[in-house]
Write a protein that binds this ligand. Structure first.
Ligand code: NIG
Ligand code: FE
Length: 416
């Protein structure tokens, strides 16, 4: 048994009330100046005023004491949407985008996601593991303690399973909690050009059964977009995934308002991601059933698009989470502090709202809120120490990470 007391901290955390935070509750963050945490085997037993926590700790025993030196302490980031399992970068494509070529046009010409598919298929499983671990460890340095990683650069059963095995292994061999999502419907592979319907059948009849038989993914995601997968195709895939016991996610209305967000509300999915072009009607439907909007401001930044309408979502009561979308195409960053800054400065979330979106609501989007996302008894001692006196430093100190210590289950895993 390892009993740890972390004292002399300035703690900021959202408070979990059993559901994702929305509306005015999104910005309600608790602050405990002169606060402390007490953990047993990596799980929090007490959080609060130092004197109260010390009383609990003293009666149960303390094996190790850490002085947090009055630093600002927040929950570890939950990056609830990434495509971090990839083999090579796509800098050439970035250059084409800078020259004005459209992201979806690059894909139509056989680049984009399809070029990542070629490289993921061509490398060995060990090479893919090393590349993915490298990306994940970078995220850890920036304060991500729980991360979702999607497949979707395999696009056949064998290569999708290879990706999911790699993702599972990264979860076992790093400190982070890694949540695997199956995204076989990320694009139509070259083998099925012009035959998207047949590819959808393959996803439903072969991939989903194989993946659920191996219990190797927790969620299923679909790229619902013009010329990728229609609303009807997305519905078929997600209903099959649901029948197989997978949780549901959808890339919805990222480039065009196709109605993916409306489908998210209809099914409903746990979350709908991107939503740059989502209509008022779809967002209102999401608010009604509590679908979490996973906003990815780094993608709007890199694609030079309008940011998602976070203020409107807050007003109508859609729960909002933020994540990196880390991928070699539309957004190459592992940095939650970068995304946090964009959320505050470009989407006009308050600092407290951005904190909830990057932690507790991200945890809800992954079905992990019983374990992570806020600092409360029963959850993991996953937390960050920041230089700077409030979490505003995450937006204020632009382009630099103010994360100086990363603790996962009570262990120092990066920094200091
Ligand atoms: O979330 N939109 C689809 N998927 C990713 C991009 C993947 C890629 O270009 O490799 C996204 O933007
Ligand atoms: Fe994505």
């Amino acid at each position: 048994m390892v009993r740890k007391l972390f004292r002399n901290a300035d703690i900021y955390t959202s408070v979990d009330r059993g559901a994702p935070l929305a509306g005015t509750a999104l910005g309600r963050v608790a602050r405990l100046q002169g606060g402390a945490l007490y953990s047993v085997n990596g799980v929090l037993r007490a959080v609060g005023d130092e004197r109260d926590v010390l009383a609990v700790a003293a009666s149960s025993g303390i094996d190790m004491e850490v002085d947090c030196q009055g630093l600002c302490l927040i929950p570890g980031f939950v990056d609830c949407h990434t495509h971090m399992c990839f083999a090579t970068l796509r800098e050439e494509e970035f250059g084409l985008r800078l020259e004005g070529l459209d992201y979806l046009e690059i894909l139509r010409r056989g680049g984009g996601i399809l070029s990542s598919v070629r490289s993921v298929r061509s490398v060995s499983e060990q090479e893919l593991f090393c590349a993915t671990r490298r990306q994940v460890l970078k995220a850890l340095q920036f304060g991500t303690t729980t991360v979702e990683i999607k497949s979707g650069y395999g696009l056949n059963t064998q290569s999708e399973l290879k990706m999911l095995r790699v993702i599972e292994r990264v979860g076992k061999e790093t400190a982070l909690d890694v949540i695997p999502t199956f995204m076989g419907a990320h694009a139509v592979p070259e083998s099925h050009t012009g035959r998207a319907g047949e590819y959808v059948d393959l996803v439903i009849d072969e991939m989903i059964p194989a993946i659920s038989a191996q219990g190797i993914a927790r969620f299923c995601d679909v790229f619902c977009e013009t010329d990728i997968f229609s609303v009807e195709q997305s519905r078929r895939i997600l209903m099959a995934a649901k029948a197989s016991g997978l949780g549901l996610k959808i890339h919805a209305d990222e480039v065009h308002d196709l109605g993916g967000a409306g489908l998210a509300a209809e099914l409903p999915t746990v979350s709908a991601e991107h939503l740059l072009a989502a209509s008022d009607a779809s967002l209102l439907a999401m608010a009604e059933v509590g679908v979490i909007a996973v906003l990815l401001p780094g993608t709007a930044y890199s694609l030079r698009k309008e940011y998602a309408r976070a203020a409107y979502m807050r007003k109508i009561g859609v729960p909002v989470a933020i994540a990196t979308d880390c991928n070699p195409g539309t957004c190459y960053t592992e940095s939650m502090p970068f995304v946090f800054g964009l959320a505050v400065l470009k989407m006009n979330l308050t600092v407290s709202e951005a904190l909830a979106a990057a932690t507790l609501n991200g945890a809800y989007a992954l079905g992990m809120a019983d374990r992570v996302g806020s600092l409360e008894p029963g959850k993991y001692a996953d937390f960050l120490l920041l230089e700077g006196s409030t979490p505003a430093i995450l937006a204020y100190h632009a382009g630099v990470s103010p994360v100086v210590g990363v603790y996962k289950k009570g262990e120092l895993v990066a920094g200091q």
